[in-house]
Design a protein around this ligand. Structure first.
Ligand SMILES: Cc1cc2nc3c(=O)[nH]c(=O)nc-3n(C[C@H](O)[C@H](O)[C@H](O)COP(=O)(O)OP(=O)(O)OC[C@H]3O[C@@H](n4cnc5c(N)ncnc54)[C@H](O)[C@@H]3O)c2cc1C
Length: 511
């Protein structure tokens, strides 16, 4: 039988993009469809940590923590441009958890990550002397420092999609899978673009990587009767002008036994999160509530000398965690994943439930292992030790920037550093034959020039100003309404010109 594609992946979050990359690298033909932008939903709304999850030790999730710590190391190697190590300070509060318990937890965390760890071990610090003690209230005298990793979550998704495409995958954004059924052993999927036009795709296997929509995809798109519920838990973050002058992040214990992070963000800001609230509305319309904003301000004001006020919040975002369906407190539900192969309809369906950004590569590998085994195709796993993600093929970041300043001496240093942290060595494609700053074209405010915008449209599937300002970059924090409007006006004509797509396909207005 002839198929249009071996695998149709529905969902362009981290799990869909990771599966597409892995499968394309094993020589399978792959189509991925995403109804909005890549990483438009949960995968751009995380705390952006590649971590084992210190707090999961209290829930005895040792297997998950060890798996995630091993992956932390792999991702730092795969994507050295968009990831970096981060040191966390945990101020000690004896009435919340005794010091011996924290020491033991950190020792366990260090040792579960041992064997594949390039990051520093944990240690105790005197907060009266240590730089991280400066913004804290005097009552905090003792603290503990440990390591984890940071990742630009939405960029991780895009780089996986880019690499999948380089290996032959067909990546389609703003395309929704509205119906799929099995006919003569193949999936016939209806894919619908923004203009309402539908195309039928004949796929050998179907992957449900719909994140918070994984349950409704089964019920509404595939028409399955049995209910597979994903537990949806909302988490919100707030962003404020920088609250402290050093590079350490904080992990603050709360009286409700939750923890809240305060993390240096985009140079001039501090990111604070998160909340855990059960959620049953449309995942696409998730937003922060006033009581969550207040909760987060109160949570960090418990520790900082200068109270953090709701009116100082400059930006917030919310996402929905698609967790395994378990009872109990929202913050205690397992963050592990479940990959399930289903043959009930006469053709292979693979469902993804739960997961973390940190474990996406392992999840992708397990998913494609299961698919290749079921298809009788012997294609070995490759992503753990394979090539880095696009732009990540360098060892020394400073040497890359030094080489650029030789070749493009007019390039502002701050811009070079931002591009290194976004595009790595792919920035050379973006710079191309530019011979002076004017050659970067129209300026849209902050550090955003036309060349970068065109690159994002041509190579990273950006279609709207929102895609560019809040996911491919975070320049939305530094641009005003007028600059954002000018960018959208430019995109309204540039996207059809650069991609050949008709204007009505690109008419999604920015939020
Ligand atoms: C507040 C918060 C903090 C977090 N912090 C961390 C962290 O620090 N570290 C960490 O490792 N993890 C973290 N996570 C978890 C992590 O973000 C998620 O596990 C992960 O992003 C889920 O990815 P996904 O691909 O499954 O879902 P998504 O990113 O939501 O992707 C699913 C995609 O499917 C698309 N889709 C759905 N239906 C269709 C259809 N019919 N047709 C086409 N497309 C469709 C959607 O548009 C969506 O883009 C956090 C999560 C939250 C909410």
């Amino acid at each position: 039988m002839r198929y249009d594609t071996d695998i149709l992946v529905v969902g362009g979050g981290i799990n869909g993009a990771g599966i597409a990359r892995d499968a394309a690298g094993r020589g399978l033909s792959v189509t991925l469809c995403e109804q909005d932008d890549l990483a438009a939903h949960t995968s751009s709304a995380s705390t952006k940590l590649i971590h084992g999850g210190l707090r999961y030790l209290e829930q005895y999730e040792f297997r998950l923590v060890a798996k995630a710590l091993a992956e932390r190391e792999v991702i730092l190697r795969l994507a050295p441009h968009i990831t970096w190590p981060l040191l966390f300070v945990l101020p000690h509060e004896s009435h919340l958890r005794p010091a011996w318990m924290i020491r033991l937890g950190l020792l366990l965390y260090d040792s579960l990550g041992a064997g594949h760890r390039s990051l520093a071990d944990s240690h105790a610090v005197d907060l009266q002397q240590h730089v991280s003690g400066e913004p804290l209230k005097d009552t905090y005298s003792r603290g503990f420092v440990y390591s984890d990793g940071w990742v630009q979550d939405a960029r991780l998704v895009v780089l996986n999609a880019m690499d999948a495409a380089r290996r032959g995958a067909d990546i389609r954004v703003q395309v929704r899978c509205v119906e799929a059924h099995v006919e003569a052993g193949a999936w016939l999927a209806q894919l619908q673009g923004l203009d309402g036009r539908q195309q039928t795709l004949r796929a050998r296997t179907l992957v449900n990587a719909c994140g918070p929509w994984a349950g409704s995809f089964l019920a509404d798109v595939l028409g399955r009767r049995e209910r597979r519920k994903v537990r949806l838990v909302k988490g919100s973050h707030i962003v404020l002008p920088r609250l402290f002058d050093h590079d350490y992040a904080y992990i603050f214990q709360q009286p409700d036994r939750r923890i809240v992070f305060a993390i240096p963000y985009e140079t001039a800001y501090t990111l604070i999160g998160t909340t855990d609230v059960d959620y049953d509305a449309d995942p696409a319309s998730v937003h922060i509530e006033a009581d969550e904003r207040q909760y987060l301000c109160d949570a960090v004001s418990r520790y900082f000398r200068v109270p953090v006020r709701v009116e100082d919040v400059v930006w917030s975002y919310s996402g929905v965690r698609p967790l395994l369906d378990e009872d109990g407190d929202a913050s205690a539900v397992s963050r592990d994943y479940h990959v399930e192969l289903d043959t009930a309809q006469g053709a292979l369906l693979l469902n993804v439930f739960g997961g973390k950004i940190t474990t996406y590569r392992r999840l992708g590998e397990e998913a494609v292992d299961q698919l290749t085994a079921a298809l009788g195709a012997d294609r070995p796993a490759w992503t753990e030790h394979g090539d880095p993600l696009p732009g990540g093929d360098f060892a020394d970041a400073e040497r890359v920037v030094a080489a650029w300043s030789q070749r493009w001496p007019w390039l502002p240093v701050a811009l070079a550093h931002r591009w290194l942290r976004h595009y790595g060595t792919c920035a050379a494609i973006l710079l191309g034959d530019a011979a002076c700053l004017d050659d970067l074209g129209q300026h849209f405010g902050a550090q955003l020039y036309q060349r970068e915008v065109d690159y994002l449209v041509c190579h990273e599937w950006a279609r709207t100003s929102e895609d560019i300002l809040w996911r491919r970059t975070k320049l939305g924090l530094r641009t005003n309404d007028d600059e954002r409007r000018r960018l959208q006006d430019y995109l309204d004509t540039a996207v059809p010109r650069l991609t050949g797509e008709s204007p009505h396909q690109t008419a999604r207005s920015p939020a």
